[in-house]
Design a binder for this molecule. Structure first.
Ligand code: PLP
Length: 403
């Protein structure tokens, strides 16, 4: 009897005995939730990303919500994010009562650019909505043009929130210097996600990085109901038990057990990145350089960026004169053929404006490069434990299906 083929998801966590020991240690310790490991994880993240302040929270989505709040997004104001992202990037703005405008992407990288963000900010402005936040997304692990976007933020009076959910460990260069994703050297905030398919996991979790001490203090309060024990923030002080709720915050805390896992994972981030990059090199050699190059193209990485490769995205090349519905049909068939061989490719992303909730989002123009990307893209399996034989199986299946 032939063995069923091992399913290959597009992404998955990498958990080893050290992670299990770290979690068990935390479970047996004194603190399950608000203990010292949360702070240790925050310090390690701040150190790794090169930003002075870090607030760990319950998800990347919570991180987007709180940073949008602190950026000043309120009803009758708004922000701009990419049309090619997980909807959470836009939802953070909506949770604050603001409007989320959607920006088109660059045709080669599927990243928003200063120009596409400017155009979408212009659409908000034309509707009389002040722009408080720009939320560019480091899609697939490449970093957006943060220096250009920071300049745009200053010009339009908006704060920049780098959605770095895909780019932990990536770098970019600017004027001869190398910077880290999440360092906030060209942004006001950066957010991370530790969902299991990301570079490191806390099962569910996220973080906000910043260089702004005042914003950091606000974030700490907002993460836990808006409660403070700081005498300078309270209207009175009844005793050592006393605290006050001084803002309408949320329960967005992450606990010690999750952070113990996060710390253990973070210690192996370099190894995870190395393994991801080796897999990408193997894919690129076959897809960028072999017969598949006639029909597929790997997503481009901008010059000066070292991607952290959260996703390995390929796109079907259009045939001469081929229209969008036709190439979308071929992509559907390719997705099905891979699935029939146990290869669980995924589409990243359904453009945000396709979701009924975001259908009326302000935008400039037709978002046609986002539509083009959506019609042609597919994320192939990419995670540290994917073996060479697994990658070869994916490549052979692509060749059998497409050539
Ligand atoms: C680009 C991007 N931003 C934000 C998020 C939200 O992160 P979380 O799932 O941790 O809430 C995700 C999650 O998948 C994401 O891909």
């Amino acid at each position: 009897m032939t063995q069923p083929l091992k399913p290959l998801p597009y992404g998955r966590q990498t958990i080893d005995d050290e992670d299990v020991a770290a979690v068990l240690g935390a479970l047996r310790g004194d603190w399950l939730t608000q203990g010292p490991t949360v702070g240790r994880f925050e310090e390690a993240l701040a150190d790794r990303c090169g930003a002075p302040y870090c607030v760990a929270v319950s998800s990347g989505t919570a991180a987007l919500h709180l940073s949008s709040m602190v950026a000043g997004v309120r009803p009758a104001t708004g922000g701009v994010t990419s049309d090619i992202t997980f909807a959470a990037s836009a939802n953070g703005l909506l949770y604050c009562g603001g409007t989320a405008a959607l920006a088109d992407v660059d045709g080669a990288t599927a990243l928003t650019t200063t120009e596409t963000l400017r155009a979408a900010a212009g659409a908000l402005d034309a509707a009389g909505v002040p722009v408080r936040a720009l939320v560019p997304v480091d899609y697939a692990g490449s970093v957006v043009d943060l220096p250009g976007i920071a300049a745009l933020g200053r010009e339009v009076g908006a704060r920049v929130i780098e959605d770095a959910a895909h780019s932990l460990g990536a770098t970019y260069s600017h004027e001869g210097r190398v910077y880290r994703a999440g360092s906030c050297e060209h942004s006001d905030f950066a957010i991370l996600s530790f969902h299991p398919v990301k570079h490191i996991t806390t099962i569910e979790g996220g973080a906000i990085l910043t260089r702004d001490e005042g914003a950091y203090r606000e974030l700490i309060e907002l993460r836990s109901h808006g409660i403070t024990r700081d005498p300078a923030r309270m209207s009175k002080n009844d005793g050592p038990w006393y605290y006050e709720q001084v803002a309408l915050g949320y329960h967005y805390r992450i606990g010690d057990v999750a952070c113990a896992l996060g710390l253990s994972q973070l210690a192996r981030l370099d190894r995870f990145l190395e393994l991801r990059r080796a897999i990408v090199a193997r894919y690129n050699a076959a897809i960028g350089g072999g017969p598949l190059a006639a029909v597929l193209e790997p997503l481009a990485v901008p010059a000066g960026v070292r991607s952290a490769y959260h996703l390995y995205v390929v796109r079907l090349k259009r045939r001469d004169g081929e229209r969008t519905p036709e190439v979308a049909t071929r992509r559907r068939h390719l997705h099905a053929a891979l699935r029939d061989s146990g290869i669980l490719a995924q589409v990243h992303y359904v453009p945000v404006h396709h979701h009924p909730v975001h259908r009326d989002a302000p935008r400039a123009g037709l978002l046609d490069r986002a539509e083009d990307h959506y019609a042609r893209c597919l994320s192939l399996p990419l995670y540290p434990t994917l073996g060479d034989e697994d990658v070869d199986r994916v490549i052979e299946t692509l060749e059998r299906t497409l050539l």
